[in-house]
Design a protein around this ligand. Structure first.
Ligand SMILES: Cc1cc2nc3c(=O)[nH]c(=O)nc-3n(C[C@H](O)[C@H](O)[C@H](O)COP(=O)(O)OP(=O)(O)OC[C@H]3O[C@@H](n4cnc5c(N)ncnc54)[C@H](O)[C@@H]3O)c2cc1C
Length: 814
């Protein structure tokens, strides 16, 4: 018999129990689950969770987690009692904005494979007779949503795990984590040390506290959220076993949700003032008046909720709030869960900030990660290491997590930036950008110009179709002028926020060769587009790597997860180091047919086509400051990325700007950039492709050199090719030049949902919207007619051969 690792799970809430089940099912049976509280009503959030499960989420990953939770808990029972009741979910709209948004949400559900129908007010009332017909404009009905009994589902999974050998121990706090040589060896409890090879913290809102035991920042904030129950409501069932028969209900216009508790109604409220909780002030299980996660009900905060509830569900007027509490659970800066392994302490894992809704899905992905080496679902949005350093400060975690609470039921535009803690990272060009009227959005803490109001002077002759209210948000016609300036003259783009890593040392080449797909064993000055894959051949990231010196590489990456991945693979012999130098450098993308006219007079180095070829780099002095110039272009035009250190940035910007005036130079923002890169077919990792796709499916097989020797993911790619794939990232254009979509919309083929849009934007050069979409390979054929659904409307679209602009590369190579 082969032995499996000894696993200790901290926390017997719904997540810990689900994980024990998933691990033991996969043969890891030496599992001990410890909880500081009694089993299974431990006193954590799961102990009182009302358990509403609404599956649809803007995130495909979260929707898949929820779908699996529904599937799994529907099949579970505890002593003959149900764990999931599929009463359906109904989200009602009481404002035109919400009604429109529910159309968008139905599109999301379709994209992610959840059946959902928009229903009129009459049907809403038929589904949920307590509703006041006159308050409701319509609703979104998801028949497979419903109610999870978190405690029952937890215990049912725990029993299955116990049958396979797992142990569950209550009243046992984990006081510390033991380790030697950078690996966990066990956990310390009052009864002694429990040895472990793997420790998974499923401590819910205590996550920060457990993280402190191992020097790990767990970016979550415990917050209180109000939940109340009414007295008996006329017309509800008195069948205890049935418990609920009407759909779980959301009234997001007023931050409210509802479920039945037999003949009473439970009301959850997110509209009250944010109530962050100091984790160190939470009483231990034995000391809490009720349980640690339940605070006294602050009744006055609930008053608006009650008034609104009686208005929406008039039958409540016959009763009152009989009981309530302020229940604690976790919020994170971006509203997503936290999953992953400590970087400095091998074997210490986290699965926290997880709703009941996603619990089984998260647990399954965690178990795959632990047992098989990686999750099958793309989890980058939930990865513990997705945050930049500045996003791990207590100030950031608190301010942004509070924001997540406030916005939890808001209608959020995909581009909507947070209103709090801005200007955390600005490039050296910031003051110049402000002077040009930059409209900034934020990413990774960086302020990034989306367009520049000063460019409205270039709008003459730009004719654009009218936009609907939604697609007009965070957009300006000025982006078209900036795109035109890039194609016709020259523009400068601030590329500073790109993650800039330096990988150096005698082992640097070997490491990068082993981690990436393309051949990097090239001469100094070579620039290579290459991919990080996981062992299953899924695309973890795409990188642009420049061989700066024999033993030094500049790696332009997608974000902190790339740094994390490379760091984890550093050889133990110290022959390679990796440094994140993003903040110390800056970069201007100078692109357009006049780019050489601007640059050449500012430098003594030769920037002719023959002297510096496409995908080559050279050190140069430009405007009197040292610059690293890489001949690359994300926008499909002649030009260079010009890197310099932050101190020289402003001089470089000013020099280019001044010299560019006679050539019609414009500053360009992300909005124009996105349009140009879509026209050129450049994929955006994390949006267009993830670990769920291989390079051939994603259309980037050209970056794979199977012949170069072994690399991570190579074995999985054996036998695969662009010809053999069953799905493809396809380029579509919308047939109607005035139609616009933004991303994540469903694509219908022959009237059936068959795929979804990844990213989209108006192609100002081609005069219509360009959308990339995942489609079955049989349909991803140029000329194929499809339909993209946008707010309930079907827009005709055509699959195109790509790229749409300059397929011969004549504009770049000159
Ligand atoms: C009022 C309210 C309503 C909610 N409604 C919903 C809903 O409708 N739908 C939904 O999906 N979600 C809902 N949630 C959220 C949901 O309840 C939680 O996200 C979920 O239960 C968290 O599960 P968990 O297992 O991660 O955490 P918990 O259930 O809190 O479990 C963590 C466990 O870790 C233990 N622990 C912590 N530290 C230690 C230690 N050092 N040693 C040993 N044990 C330790 C704790 O005792 C606890 O049992 C609601 C939350 C609240 C408060």
């Amino acid at each position: 018999m082969t032995s499996t690792p000894r696993v200790v799970i901290i926390g017997a809430g719904i997540v810990g129990c689900a994980l024990a089940d998933e691990l033991t099912e996969r043969g890891w049976t030496d599992v001990t689950v410890l909880d500081q509280g009694p089993l299974f009503a431990t006193g954590g959030s799961s102990s009182h969770a009302p358990g509403l499960v609404f599956q649809t989420n803007p995130s495909k990953t979260m929707t898949e987690f929820a779908r699996y939770t529904v599937e799994k808990y529907s099949a579970l029972q505890l002593d003959g009692q149900w764990c999931f009741r599929q009463v359906g979910g109904l989200e009602v709209a009481t404002t035109p904005e919400r009604w429109a948004d529910l159309h968008r949400k139905q599109g999301l559900a379709t994209s992610w494979g959840v059946a959902a129908q928009l229903v009129d007010a009459e049907e809403c009332v038929r589904l949920h007779p307590l509703l006041d017909r006159d308050r409701v404009l319509g609703g979104l009905h998801v028949p497979t949503d419903g109610l999870a009994k978190a405690l029952r589902a937890g215990e049912a999974q725990a029993r299955r795990a116990a049958d396979r050998g797992a142990r569950f121990v209550g009243h046992t706090p984990v006081l510390d984590v033991e380790h030697t040589g950078g690996r966990v060896t066990g956990v310390v409890t009052p009864e002694g040390v429990v040895p472990a090879d793997v420790v998974v913290s499923c401590a819910g809102f205590w996550g920060q506290q457990v993280g402190r035991q191992v020097g790990l920042t767990v970016p979550l904030l415990p917050m209180a959220h109000q939940y109340a129950r009414t007295g008996v409501v006329p017309g509800l069932t008195n069948d205890e076993a049935l418990e609920a028969s009407k759909p779980v209900l959301r009234h997001q216009d007023a931050d409210l949700y509802y479920r039945e508790h037999v003949d009473r109604v439970g009301i959850g409220y997110y509209g009250h003032r944010p109530m962050p909780v100091d984790i160190d002030g939470v009483p231990a299980p034995g000391e809490a008046r009720t349980m640690p996660s339940m605070l006294d009900f602050s009744a006055e905060d609930f008053d608006p909720a009650w008034r609104e509830s009686v208005s929406l569900l008039p039958a409540l007027g016959a009763t009152r709030v009989e009981e309530g509490f302020d229940g604690i659970f976790s919020f994170t800066p971006d509203g997503q869960a936290l999953m992953g392994e400590h970087r400095e302490l091998a074997g210490f894992w986290v699965a926290e900030a997880v709703w009941v809704t996603h619990s089984a899905g998260v647990a399954r992905a965690m178990a795959e990660w632990l047992v098989e080496g990686q999750p099958r679902t793309d989890v980058h949005e939930c990865d513990l290491h997705r945050f930049e350093d500045v996003q791990l400060t207590p100030e950031y975690v608190e301010a942004r997590s509070v924001r997540s609470f406030v916005e939890v039921y808001d209608i959020l535009h995909p581009l909507q930036p947070s209103g709090v803690l801005r200007d955390l990272r600005v490039s050296p060009f910031h003051s110049r950008q402000v002077a040009l009227g930059a409209v900034f959005l934020e990413s990774g803490g960086w302020e990034r110009p989306h367009w520049y109001e000063a460019n409205s002077r270039l709008l003459d002759g730009v004719a654009l179709p009218e936009r609907d209210d939604w697609s007009a948000r965070y957009w300006s016609p000025v982006a078209a002028a900036e795109a035109r300036a890039t194609r016709d003259a020259v523009a400068m783009y601030d590329m500073t926020p790109l993650k800039h890593l330096e990988v150096s040392g005698p082992g640097a080449l070997d490491l990068l060769q082993r981690l990436t797909t393309n051949d990097l064993a090239k001469s100094v000055g070579a620039v290579t587009y290459t991919l990080l894959l996981d062992e299953a051949g899924g695309v973890r990231s795409d990188l642009t790597v420049t061989r700066v010196r024999e033993e030094e590489f500049q790696v332009m990456a997608n974000g902190p997860l790339d740094l994390d991945w490379i760091t984890r693979h550093l050889p133990a012999d110290g022959s390679v180091r990796v440094d994140d130098v993003t903040g110390g450098w800056c970069c201007i993308g100078l692109w357009g047919p006049r780019a050489r006219d601007v640059l050449q007079p500012l430098t003594r180095q030769d920037f002719s086509h023959t002297a510096l070829k496409y995908f080559r780099g050279q050190e140069a002095v430009v405007c009197g400051v040292p610059v690293r110039a890489l001949r690359l272009s994300y926008v499909g035009e002649l030009g260079w990325e010009l890197y310099t250190t932050a101190d020289h940035g402003q001089r470089l910007w000013d020099g280019l700007w001044e010299a560019g005036q006679e050539h019609g130079i414009a500053a360009g923002g992300r909005s124009a950039f996105n349009s140009l890169r879509l026209e050129k077919g450049y994929r955006l990792w994390g949006t267009d492709m993830t670990t769920e796709h291989d390079p051939y499916e994603a259309g980037i097989g050209f970056a794979v050199r199977m012949g170069k020797g072994d690399f991570v993911g190579r074995a999985a790619l054996e036998g695969r090719s662009a010809e053999s794939v069953s799905r493809r990232l396809a380029c579509l254009t919308l047939d109607d030049p005035s139609a616009v979509v933004l991303g994540k919309e469903p694509v219908h083929v022959d009237g059936r949902p068959s795929g979804y849009v990844t990213s989209a934007g108006y192609g100002y050069t081609v005069g219509r919207t360009v959308a990339y979409a995942w489609l079955p390979a049989t349909h991803a054929v140029p000329g194929r007619q499809v339909e993209v659904e946008y707010f309930g409307k079907r827009l005709a679209a055509t699959v195109q051969s790509e790229p749409l602009v300059d397929p011969e590369m004549a504009r770049i190579r000159r």
